[in-house]
Design a protein around this ligand. Structure first.
Ligand SMILES: NC(=O)c1ccc[n+]([C@@H]2O[C@H](COP(=O)([O-])OP(=O)(O)OC[C@H]3O[C@@H](n4cnc5c(N)ncnc54)[C@H](O)[C@@H]3O)[C@@H](O)[C@H]2O)c1
Ligand SMILES: O=P(O)(O)OC[C@@H](O)[C@@H](O)[C@H](O)[C@H](O)CO
Length: 374
């Protein structure tokens, strides 16, 4: 069995690639990072270390293709693969869509594409990019043969600082949930996947708890001069604010999906203890990366804040404070952080926020954020 995985980065190697290998797939990684691709082809294997344990997984039967230089080979690999997965980041999905479309059109059997990105409806969005330049006949062909199920993935994989460029250290915890309703062939037998009929409660619970809490730690941590998520959590003031923000997003999730409040609190507590893992060093700049995306209307801060106002008719004070801290986020090495600060210089914080979050200035969330601006 063959799998093609776009993105040989942290989650690609440390999570998806490892599970594909453990499920006996030959996995071909496609990436733009020439060093990683050369290493994968030289070694054909790499190690995933489980932080805080002596355990590791030897990931074998892997190789790499450079998506900038090897287009014909990428198309051929996609045509032969049963499963195609991605972990490239939401903004990169439109860039991989053209080659993915070419490869899928070459297939003579059914296939499944799963985007493993932190976003609601990620695979569906990728599918729309894939089919946007196809003619009607090609669209029908793809819709008949290729399944595009949405997915939620959860495992903290920090940026790596290892001697070996392929070795990756991950937290032992993981969750990979895939929606069955849009799969029109046999479900792939991949270790670790939980199949569900309706992904919405799972992806929202994950994004608006793990990623909302993480964003609080990153933006308040950066504002307070901390370098890592662990340092942020060691500050009891920030830890309380994470609890506060997750009570706001949790209130929304409990109301929308009928989660048991005690069980949801246990979920929050587990996540906070994952952030405190002393064996992982995760930088606030990795977790806070891409602030324009993270301040978007459907992402981890604005979406739960808007729903809190709509359902609870109260001010989401903690989420508003974190949004204000995110508007202060500066990192010259992060193109979105530079874009955000350029926009703020041009328009001011509130107009920049309104533009990114697609809100009017008199919206209650905007007024709430304004109170916390520095
Ligand atoms: N790291 C985590 O803890 C984690 C956990 C769950 C989900 N995710 C999600 O997984 C995705 C990837 O995150 P990551 O942390 O692995 O990032 P990463 O930067 O480590 O990996 C992304 C990889 O994509 C590659 N890439 C960029 N453009 C490409 C292109 N055009 N074609 C092929 N490859 C390309 C990059 O070179 C890089 O190797 C994101 O959507 C992220 O939200 C990450
Ligand atoms: O990957 P991002 O940029 O959407 O978010 C940063 C982190 O919150 C994220 O990568 C988490 O580590 C991950 O989602 C845990 O499952």
């Amino acid at each position: 069995m063959k799998a093609v995985h776009f993105g040989a980065g942290n989650i690609g190697r440390g999570f998806i690639g490892a599970l594909l290998s453990q499920s006996n797939y030959e996995t071909i990684f496609v990436d733009v990072n020439a060093e990683l691709i050369d290493e994968l082809n030289d070694k054909g294997a790499y190690r995933v270390e489980l932080a805080g344990t002596d355990d590791s997984i030897e990931v074998t039967n892997v190789s790499g293709l450079n998506s900038l230089e090897d287009e014909e080979k990428v198309i051929e690999a996609i045509a032969e693969a049963e499963v195609i997965t991605t972990a490239v980041g939401p903004n990169v999905l439109p860039m991989i869509a053209p080659v993915l479309a070419k490869g899928l059109l070459e297939k003579n059997s059914n296939g499944i594409v799963i985007a493993c990105e932190n976003m609601v409806g990620g695979t569906e969005i990728l599918k729309n990019h894939v089919i946007e330049n196809l003619d009607e006949e090609q669209k029908e062909w793809i819709s008949d043969r290729i399944s595009f199920p949405n997915a939620a993935v959860d495992r903290i994989v920090p940026n790596q600082n290892q001697k070996d460029p392929l070795t990756v250290m991950v937290e032992p915890y993981y969750e990979w949930v895939v929606e069955t309703s849009s799969i029109n062939s046999e479900l792939p037998d991949i270790k670790g996947i939980t199949y569900v009929d309706d992904l919405t409660p799972y992806i929202e619970r994950k994004l608006f708890t793990v990623n909302t809490g993480h964003a609080v730690a990153a933006y308040l941590g950066k504002y307070n001069g901390y370098l890592t998520i662990k340092e942020s959590l060691d500050d009891s003031n920030i830890k309380n604010k994470i609890q506060g923000a997750l009570s706001e997003s949790g209130g929304v999730l409990i109301e929308k999906y009928g989660f048991n409040p005690d069980e949801h609190q246990d979920y929050i507590d587990t996540i906070i203890s994952r952030f405190e893992n002393p064996d992982l060093s995760d930088e606030v700049t990795r977790v806070g990366r891409g602030p324009v995306r993270k301040l978007g209307p459907k992402d981890r801060l604005v979406r739960p804040a808007l729903e809190f106002i709509r359902l609870k008719k109260e001010e989401p004070a903690h989420l508003a404070e974190v949004i204000a801290a995110a508007l202060d986020y500066k990192n010259e090495e992060d193109p979105e952080a530079v874009e955000l600060q350029d926009l703020i210089r041009e328009k001011g914080k509130i107009s920049a926020f309104c533009e990114i979050a697609e809100l009017e200035k008199d919206h209650p969330l905007v007024q709430s954020v304004e109170k916390y601006l520095v």
